[in-house]
Design a protein around this ligand. Structure first.
Ligand code: PRT
Ligand code: MG
Length: 221
């Protein structure tokens, strides 16, 4: 059996066409089903439905052979025990520092002010500001990061931005980029060694399916 760890919502939505193209369509709609283990049209391949930030843990530990995870989640996790063979080019966004409009971020950094930063990406945020030589107090949040600067909980946030609508709606502005983000196919390192004959064809299929997407998206622009 090959298990593919995947999260509902954004990642599942954007991965669905790829799953169809590699012939592992789920037997039932994961968004409607309460099942956490869902068979697919390909015998011996199933989906396991986990939280987005848990995907690297399942795959890194070998509880799933394959998984689909955002680059943000992978970077924060650190990637122990897994390879990232295919950038799927989906669920694209950017990880950014954002502040209230009117907050002079550049001046605060220049003056060596101690910044309070709210984020779910504590590890990445610490590394980013350490590299800049900026002292920060990190505030771990699990969601709705945008509220933190509005309520005085933090001076800035580190969060994902795609259209920019959420920032605009809350009178926040992006002031710095940490990294571009897209979803990747990941594979357990040990499983790839011992079961390459089973896993490599599926990895290759995802790679070609992801190739098909890129020109299609470019053409729509
Ligand atoms: O919900 P749960 O806690 O289980 O996990 P999650 O919130 O991380 O899951 P989900 O499904 O929301 O996101 C899964 C993955 O999608 C992330 O790990 C990213 O790799 C990817 N992704 C791509 C995004 C976005 N774009 C995105 N825009 N994830 C979240 N957002 C949020 C962002 O945090 C902000 O609140 O959307 C808002 C901004 O969007 P715009 O369009 O207004 O800029
Ligand atoms: Mg979410």
């Amino acid at each position: 059996m090959i298990s593919i760890a995947i999260s509902k919502g954004r990642i599942m939505d954007e991965t669905a066409p790829l799953l169809a193209r590699v012939a592992v369509r789920p037997d039932e709609d994961p968004e409607d089903s309460r099942k956490l283990i869902i068979g697919t049209e390909k015998r011996g391949v199933r989906l396991i439905v986990v939280r987005a930030s848990d995907v690297p843990t399942y795959v890194g530990q070998g509880a799933a052979e394959l998984g689909i995870a955002g680059g943000d989640v992978l970077a924060e996790h650190g990637g122990a025990g897994l390879y990232q063979p295919v950038d799927l080019g989906i669920a694209r966004c950017r990880m950014m520092v954002a502040t209230r409009r009117g907050f002079d971020y550049a001046a605060a950094v220049r003056q060596g002010a101690r910044l309070r930063i709210a984020t779910k990406y504590v590890q990445l945020t610490r590394e980013h500001f350490e590299a800049k030589g900026v002292h920060v107090d990190l505030i771990k949040l699990y969601g709705s990061m945008e509220l933190a600067p509005l309520t005085g909980l933090a001076d800035a946030i580190v969060d994902l931005v795609s259209s920019g609508k959420t920032l605009r709606a809350n009178d926040l502005v992006a002031v710095e980029e940490l990294m571009p983000v897209s979803a990747r196919l990941i594979v357990n390192q040990a499983a790839l060694k011992t079961r390459r004959a089973e896993l490599q064809p599926l990895i290759d299929a995802f790679a070609s399916a992801a190739q098909v997407r890129a020109p299609a998206r470019a053409a729509r622009k």
